[in-house]
Design a binder for this molecule. Sequence first.
Ligand code: RIB
Length: 306
Amino acid sequence: MDIAVIGSNMVDLISYIDKIPKEGETLEAPDFEIGCGGKGANQAVAAAKMGSKVMMVTKVGDDLFADNTIQNLESFGIDTEFTSKVSGTSSGVAPIFVDPESKNRILIIKGANQHLMPEDVDRAAEKLKACSLIVLQLEIPLPTVYRAIEFCNEHGIPVILNPAPASKDLDFDYVCNSDFFVPNESELEILTGMPVESDEQIRAAASVLNEKGVTNVIVTMGSRGVMWVTKEKTQTVESHKVAAIDTTGAGDAFIGCFAHFIVKNGDVLHAIKMATAFAALSVIKRGTQSSYPTTEEVEEFLKSRV
Ligand code: RIB
């Protein structure tokens, strides 16, 4: 197995809106789509679409969404042996609002994701030990994230931690044991309490994390590109200019594709460049996982940019 994602799945309920209603107001919105999402599942699907062998440790509810979520993961070839149902609980859902500028606002109701426990990591231990990389986010209980980092360290498995959604409770004693820490600017701001308006401010905030022991801080900055900060150097990769219509899940697209290339050849800069292209293609279509490109589409896109 190449990659294990230990994390969340959600059902995305995406409303394409002209504007947010005021209190007490009813407004009509032009469109709606339902699709599979959740930061963990999105990252797993992105890596699988690029060709990685992926397993997912996650929990669904016992509602009408559960089987569809499992079937969706399997349709991308993702191993669901450690994807299980929690009785008496709903699956995670995410009402999402996308505005005409392609920007999104997301609510998450975690449901079954809250039941993914540290013991679930240990239950999957034998299979996890055979993975080349483990990918984590913060839509599951923090103790489970910490146990997963510990597990990776015990077995020498590299780990990517995407601190999303940002939690001020995140314990940096664990974070500093991740190999790649991948926040967006707003998560970096919340986690460090530092301003992130300019590139220099972002670099300074990321450097604070380097000082705390995080080797690679990779900040995704949307249309401003990606900044990779280590103690030794800072490198920025520009974003591709595309006509974005829905940015939902673009950060997850980046992480899943990045994970794929890290496993493939370990070249961080190349992985960032490929993931930047993959994420750019994801914003020119509506939806979350449904907007992720194929490997052929990524290749064609890169050829057209030379
Ligand atoms: O990052 C985008 C994702 O955040 C959505 O798919 C939604 O489910 C939430 O988890």
